[in-house]
Design a binder for this molecule. Structure first.
Ligand code: FAD
Ligand code: SF4
Length: 509
C-alpha cells in the first residue's frame, strides 16, 4: 500500500486535499468510529448520531467512487476505543509507506495521530484544508504586529482578497457592515404562522441503524433522538442550503438576534453542521447568498450579515484556534471556578429562557447564536463557571461542535476567558436584555427588572454581582467603565443583598 488517506468524521469531502493524486490501484482511504470521540467529552446523542450517520453515508460515497476503503465500525468486533489505537493496529496490518491527512479540526487528534505515525516510523503528510479561505499561516501573518485581533478588520481583508460582495474596490452598497438595519425583535404577536419550516431529512435505514446503535451504546448520554432529521449527505446538504437561500435568508438579518420560545429555527441557516463536516463548502454557500443579493431577491443587509458570519467569524475563529493552541484551552482570565450547574444537562430549571434554550438543545442538538451567547453562555459567565467545564458542555451538546470553532466561541467570545483577545469586552447583560429579545420573561416566575428579592431574575442578580466582583478589573475598561460606575453607586445594604443572593444562586445545582 502506497498512501493510507486518513478521513476523520469532520472531513467528509470527496475533494479534500488528502485525496489529491489518489490512485485507487495503490492507495486506500481509512475511517474509524472510535468510542473515545464520543466519550472524551460527554457527547450528546444527537451529536454522536450525526457524526456516525454522516460518516457511514460518506463511506458509501467513497465506495461508489471506487476508492478502496478500510472502515472500522464502532460495533465491529475488536474495534479499538481510540482513533490512535485503531490507526496503530491498522498501520501494522496494512503497512502503508505514507499516511496522508487533511489538517484536522482538533489539536488533540492531530497530536495523537502524529504520535502513531512517529512510533510506527511512517511519515504523516499533513495537507492544508482548502475548504477554508485562509490557512493558519495566513491568519498568523494577519495577526502579526496587531495588539488586538478584531474580527471586523480581518473580514474586510477577506472581502477584498476574495472579491466577495465587492463593487470594484468598494464594498457593495458603499458600506462594509449593515448591522444597524439588522437585529430586530419580533413584535408581540411573534414570528407568526408564516415561519418557513426548514426541510427535514427522515432517517433512512442506515441512519436508523446508527440511531439504534447510539441508543444502545450511549443511552446514558444527554439529548434525544426522536426528532433527528439533519442532512447527512452532500445531496441533502445542498437541498438544505437551497431551501435556506430561498425561504429564510431574506429575513435572516432582521431576526438574527431574536428569540422565540418553542421556535428553534426561525430564520437561521442550520448549515453549520453540514459546513463543519465538509458536506458543503463555504465558497458555494457564500456564492449562493451573493447571487441572491445581486439578483435582488435578498436585501443587502441580510446577505451581508449572513456572509460575514461565514467569511468573517468562521474563518477568524479558526485562525484564533490554530494560532493560540494548545495553551488557549486552559485560559481562565476571570479566575472562574464554579461548577456548571447539573441542570445544564437536563434543562430542569425554573428560568424560562434557559429551560427553552437547553430543552431545544437536547432535543435537536441545535440552538442559534444568540441563545448560545446570551442565554446559556451568559448565565455561565455571570455565575463564574470554570471555562473548561463550559467548553466541555458546548463541545458535547451541539451537532455542529468541532473544537476549532467551538473553543474560541466559548472561551473567547462567550466567557472572556482569553482576557479580551477576541472580544472587546465581556458580553454581560441583565435579564432586561433577554426581555427585549424574547417573550420568555412573560411566562417566567422571575422578573427581569428585579435584582434582589423573592422574584429577582437570576441573570439580573448575577449581572450586578459580576460588576461588583470585577470592579477593580474593569474600572478603567473603555466599554465597561460606565456599568462598573453604576454598580459602584449602590449603597452598602444593596451590595450586601446582591452578594448574598448571588451566593444562594451559586449553591443551587
Ligand atoms: P446562522 O446563524 O444561520 O449563521 C450562518 C453560518 O455562519 C453558520 O452556519 C456558521 O457556519 C457561521 N457562523 C455564525 N456565527 C459563527 C461564529 N460565531 N463562529 C463561527 N461560525 C459562525 N458554531 C459552530 O459551527 N460550532 C460550534 O461548536 C459552535 N459553538 C459555539 C459556542 C458558543 C458559546 C457560541 C456563542 C457560538 C458557537 N458557534 C458554534 C457559533 C454559532 O452559534 C453557530 O455557528 C450557529 O448558531 C449555527 O447555526 P446556523 O447554521 O443556523 O447559523
Ligand atoms: Fe430568563 Fe430572567 Fe427572563 Fe426568567 S425573567 S426568562 S430567568 S431573563
Amino acid at each position: 500500500l502506497r498512501h493510507l488517506v486518513l478521513v476523520l468524521g469532520d472531513q467528509l469531502d470527496l475533494d479534500a486535499s488528502a485525496f489529491d493524486g489518489f490512485d485507487a490501484a495503490r492507495d486506500a482511504a481509512w475511517m474509524a468510529e472510535a468510542a473515545e470521540e464520543s466519550t472524551h467529552v460527554w457527547s450528546s446523542q444527537p451529536r454522536i448520531a450525526f457524526f456516525l450517520a454522516a460518516m457511514r453515508h460518506f463511506a458509501e460515497a467513497l465506495r461508489e467512487q471506487g476508492r478502496p476503503l478500510h472502515y472500522r465500525r464502532l460495533d465491529d468486533a475488536g474495534t479499538a476505543a481510540s482513533l490512535a489505537a485503531q490507526l496503530r493496529a491498522d498501520v501494522q496490518r496494512l503497512r502503508p509507506s505514507r499516511l496522508v491527512l487533511t489538517r484536522p479540526g482538533d489539536w488533540r487528534v492531530l497530536q495523537a495521530l502524529q504520535a502513531v505515525a512517529d512510533d510506527a516510523g511512517v511519515p504523516l503528510e499533513l495537507r492544508e484544508d482548502r475548504h477554508f479561505y485562509t490557512t493558519p499561516a495566513d491568519f498568523a501573518a494577519h495577526a502579526q504586529g496587531r495588539r488586538s485581533l478584531r474580527m471586523e478588520f480581518f473580514y474586510r481583508e477577506q472581502r477584498q482578497r476574495h472579491g466577495v460582495l465587492m463593487d470594484g474596490r468598494e464594498p457593495l452598497g458603499g458600506q462594509w457592515n449593515y448591522d444597524v438595519e439588522n437585529r430586530e425583535a419580533f413584535g408581540p404577536q411573534g414570528p407568526g404562522f408564516d415561519l418557513p419550516r426548514p426541510p427535514r431529512f427522515e432517517p433512512d435505514t442506515l441512519t436508523r441503524d446508527v440511531i439504534a446503535l447510539v441508543r444502545e451504546r450511549f443511552g446514558s448520554h444527554p439529548g434525544r433522538l426522536d426528532s433527528f432529521a439533519w442532512p447527512l449527505t452532500r445531496a441533502q446538504a445542498l437541498q438544505a442550503m437551497e431551501a435556506f437561500m430561498r425561504e429564510r435568508l431574506p429575513l435572516f438579518g432582521p431576526y438574527q438576534d431574536a428569540i422565540w420560545p418553542g421556535e428553534p429555527w426561525l430564520y437561521h441557516a442550520q448549515l453549520s453542521a453540514a459546513l463543519n463536516l465538509k458536506l458543503l463548502t463555504p465558497r458555494e454557500v457564500i456564492a449562493a447568498a451573493e447571487a441572491e443579493v445581486r439578483a435582488g431577491r435578498v436585501p443587502l443587509a441580510s446577505g451581508e450579515g449572513f456572509i460575514r458570519q461565514i467569511l468573517g467569524w468562521r474563518e477568524y475563529v479558526r485562525g484564533i484556534y490554530w494560532t493560540q493552541m494548545p495553551g488557549y484551552a486552559q485560559a481562565n482570565a476571570l479566575d472562574a471556578h464554579e461548577d456548571l450547574p447539573s441542570w445544564y444537562w437536563s434543562g430542569d430549571t425554573d428560568m424560562a429562557c434557559l429551560r427553552d434554550a437547553i430543552g431545544q438543545t437536547l432535543a435537536h442538538g441545535y440552538a442559534h447564536h444568540i441563545q448560545r451567547l446570551m442565554v446559556t453562555g451568559l448565565y455561565a459567565l455571570l455565575l463564574g463557571v470554570e471555562p473548561a467545564q463550559v467548553h466541555a458542555w458546548y463541545l458535547s451538546v451541539y451537532v455542529d461542535a468541532v473544537e476549532w470553532v467551538e473553543l474560541p466561541n466559548t472561551l473567547g467570545m462567550s466567557q472572556y476567558a482569553d482576557g479580551g483577545l477576541m472580544a472587546s469586552k465581556p458580553y454581560i447583560a441583565s435579564g432586561r436584555y433577554i426581555d427585549r429579545q424574547s417573550p420568555a420573561c412573560r411566562s417566567c416566575r422571575y422578573r427581569p427588572e428585579q435584582r434582589t428579592g423573592e422574584r429577582a431574575c437570576p441573570f439580573t442578580t448575577l449581572y450586578w454581582d459580576f460588576l461588583l466582583r470585577h470592579e477593580a478589573r474593569f474600572a478603567r475598561h473603555p466599554r465597561l467603565a460606565q456599568q462598573v460606575r453604576n454598580a459602584a453607586r449602590l449603597d452598602d445594604a444593596e451590595r450586601a443583598a446582591i452578594l448574598a443572593a448571588a451566593k444562594t444562586l451559586r449553591r443551587q445545582r
